[in-house]
Design a protein around this ligand. Sequence first.
Ligand code: ZN
Ligand code: ZN
Ligand code: ZN
Length: 284
Amino acid sequence: MRGHCLCGEVRYAASGPAGDMWYCHCASCARASGVGFGTWIEATGVHWEAGTHRRVRIAGAGPLVRSFCANCASQLPAERRDGSAALLPAGGLDDVGGLRPAWHAHVAGRGSWMPAMASLPCHPGSRHAASTPAVSRLEPAAPLAVSSTVTGHCLCGAVRYEIGARLYAMRACHCSRCRRRSGSSYLVALACAASGLTFLSGAASIRRWQLPEAARYLVTFCGECGASVPSVIGDVAFITAGSLDADPGVRTRCHIYFGSRAGWIDAEDDLPHFDERPPHDFRW
Ligand SMILES: [Zn+2]
Ligand SMILES: [Zn+2]
Ligand SMILES: [Zn+2]
């Protein structure tokens, strides 16, 4: 299996037979992916084919050494600290063959506002630490009253922000760019007036990368950890849901660019699914 980051500088291939594929809802995968969960495939090792000088390794306290592209912030393969395996970000791969996710890990940490996900065995922690695996479809919780102030931060905590404006337009974007950037299944983002966004700390760590062929595809991220932080395009701020600290009170309204979805996606929820953008009169 081969993969690369969104800007194309970092390229890699997996060696050995592909192992399991699963979703991880731990706090680190939530922020590192930007979407709220990681979608991983275990492999025995990874061969870096190009762009290793762009690869930034983050050795946090967890069992993984994660990495991201310093240029475009795409998630790159992680390695188990004990060297026993590499974890490939499924969204970064060109093709996963017939692999499908088999379980949800750390489901206790899943954001209550995330879109519904497939019925698979759910483990409160890691699969091996599970006591009684349950099989259930993961549904979003009923919306709370919208709180007046919403906060969020990047994976390392350097960049912190606050939003004091109405949040809207929460959607799951299945385009190939969002998938490759997150390394996961899609990207969940929401919007607010740019004037309502305040960075509380870490402004000096913020980096931006503009997709050359798309005037409005901007990736804004923490240069220390690679995690997404809000992007400002014109007078609108776009916030990746994985960076939120708590329930924002709004819920995913639709799936966009669903025609480009990953082969393993199960999104048979009641939301509208648009092959590309929603119609202009779509009520957010
Ligand atoms: Zn890159
Ligand atoms: Zn995780
Ligand atoms: Zn950070």
